[in-house]
Design a protein around this ligand. Structure first.
Ligand SMILES: Cc1ncc(C[n+]2csc(CCOP(=O)(O)OP(=O)(O)O)c2C)c(N)n1
Length: 325
């Protein structure tokens, strides 16, 4: 794995990255509670535990860079700059949501920040990312695309087709695999033939890096190299970030006790990316506690605003399907 080097230039920058990760964690915690109260409908997939990947990647993109997300997309959306008010309202089916309350958790999209959307089809982010990367290549304005996906997508044809095409056309894309070890309950060792996801890069001639996905700085370093390669016309990169989801796969799935042991779960929680980053950057308990209060306040504000917002009206059912002037 790549050793982590310090990408931060100032304490303020480090604090703002920590704050972003803590906002994601708080958002996911509250969404889980709202789901249990039936205020969030449809399936939700928590990204708690995977915040360092979201922030390490999306934190280095601007609004004109594209990011295609997965079914586990709340963290990617927040890290890419979508408003937590718009996201929370979307999950709660309100007309003030980022998709006017019609998309829900698995379709959160915000074109204004380059977020191409969460996605319920495992592996589809790869093809969407490829299309976005082709757009960037044709426009030649120095922008890039990122395709996020879980290791569950690696056994799909879309992964191999996408890698092949990106290498062939030297597309400005970074493939980021969040290897959280499990596709629902299936362990990665039982789903892919190679020891590591990055092993699939060499046959396509794609440079790759495997990093500790619980270490924000390690993710940033690997992604910076990939992004630079893409921006300078040198083609794609594959990054495998080893990580773990702290909650169950989706609704009703326990965090541990069935296909994951309590001990395994605890061993990853001991490497929590938020406390790991605070410790690595010597950000004190008092500052962390202050950030926690701020995150709680901001997310609660988003919940309150969503609760006060109307549901979409039936007459809008056919709106937003096509581009409107
Ligand atoms: C094409 C496709 N096949 C199967 C599913 C059902 N499904 C939903 S999530 C999931 C597991 C995905 O695992 P992974 O890609 O590793 O992402 P993670 O859930 O671990 O974040 C599966 C199989 C789906 N949504 N799409």
């Amino acid at each position: 794995m790549s050793p982590a080097i310090d990408m931060d230039t100032s304490v303020d920058t480090a604090i703002s990255k920590l704050q972003r990760m803590m906002t994601i964690r708080e958002f996911e915690t509250q969404v889980n509670l709202l789901f249990n109260q039936d205020l969030v409908r449809g399936a939700v997939h928590s990204s708690a535990g995977q915040e360092a990947v979201a922030v390490g990647v999306a934190g280095q993109l601007d609004n004109r860079d594209y990011l295609a997300s997965t079914h586990r997309g709340h963290g990617h959306a927040i890290a890419k700059g979508a408003s937590i008010h718009g996201l929370m309202a979307e999950l709660m089916g309100r007309s003030t949501g980022v998709c006017s309350g019609k998309g829900g958790s698995m379709h959160v999209t915000d074109a204004s920040v380059g977020l191409l959307g969460a996605n319920g089809i495992v592996g589809a982010s790869i093809e969407l990312g490829i299309g976005a990367a082709l757009t960037c290549q044709v426009k030649a304005e120095g922008h890039i695309a990122v395709a996020m996906f879980g290791e569950g997508a690696v056994a799909q044809g879309s992964f191999h087709e996408g890698m092949n095409l990106a290498a062939l056309w030297k597309l400005p894309i970074v493939f980021v695999c969040e290897n959280n070890n499990y596709a629902v309950s299936l362990h990665v060792k039982d789903s892919i033939a190679a020891p590591h996801v990055v092993d699939f890069a060499a046959p396509y001639g794609i440079p790759s890096a495997r990093v500790d996905g619980m270490d924000l700085t390690a993710v940033e370093k690997a992604f910076a190299e990939g992004a630079d390669r893409a921006r300078s016309g040198r083609g794609p990169t594959l990054i495998e970030a080893d990580t773990y989801r702290f909650m169950g796969h989706s609704r009703g799935d326990p965090a541990f006790g069935t296909y994951r042991s309590k001990e395994e779960h605890q061993s990853w929680k001991n490497r929590d990316p938020i406390s790991a980053y605070a410790n690595a950057r010597s950000i004190g308990d008092e500052t962390v506690a202050g950030l926690e209060v701020e995150a709680r306040h901001n997310v609660q504000d988003a919940i309150d605003a969503a609760l006060e917002s109307p549901m979409p009206v039936p007459s809008d059912a056919y709106r937003h399907l096509f581009w409107e002037r």
